[in-house]
Write a protein of this length. Sequence first.
Length: 190
Amino acid sequence: MDTAQRTELLQLLARESYFERDQVTLASGRSSNYYIDCKRTLYLPQGAYLAGELMIELVIENRLEQIGGMAAGALPVTDAIIGAAWRRRISLTGFFVRKEIKPHGLQQIVEGAFRKAARTAVIDDTITTGGSSLQAAEAARAAGAEVAVALALVDRGEGAAAAFAHAGLKYVYLFTAEEVRAARAAQASH
C-alpha cells in the first residue's frame, strides 16, 4: 500500500470529514462526541481517487469479485473503488442494497451490477457496530452472493469486529477513528 497516499487521505479525512459536537447520534443509534462524515472527503476528486486507489488494494488482497453495501452510506466508497478497478483493469462489480423495494422499475432490493455466486464484500464508509453492513450482507446472501468480507474506510472500534466475526465475515478497514482523531488534533495544533 502506498504510504504517501494513505497519509494524504488521512489528512484529508481529518480536515474535511472530522467534526466534534456535544452530542451526535450515529446510524447505530449510539451517541458520540465526534462524527466522521466520509462523504465530505469521498465527494472531492482527490478523496475519491485516493480512497479508490487504497481500498482497491484490500479488494485485491481478499480476492473479491464484487463490493457493495447499503444506500446511501456505501455508494461513494463503492464508486471510488470501482473507478480504481477500471484504471487497473481489475474485474470488479458493484451494487447497493435499498432500505426498501421501490414500487416501480425492476422492484429489486439489490441494485447495480450484482453477480450471483461472486466472492463479495459488504462495504461502508464509517462502521460503528456493523449493523448496516450486516443488513447488506443478509440481502446479498439472499440474492445469491458469497459474502466473505466486510470492508470499511474508517472503523470506529465500537463492536463491528465482534459482530462481523460472529457472522463469519473477515473484517478489513483502512483507518481507525483514532487515527483520524489524532490527525485532526495534530492539524489543530499547527
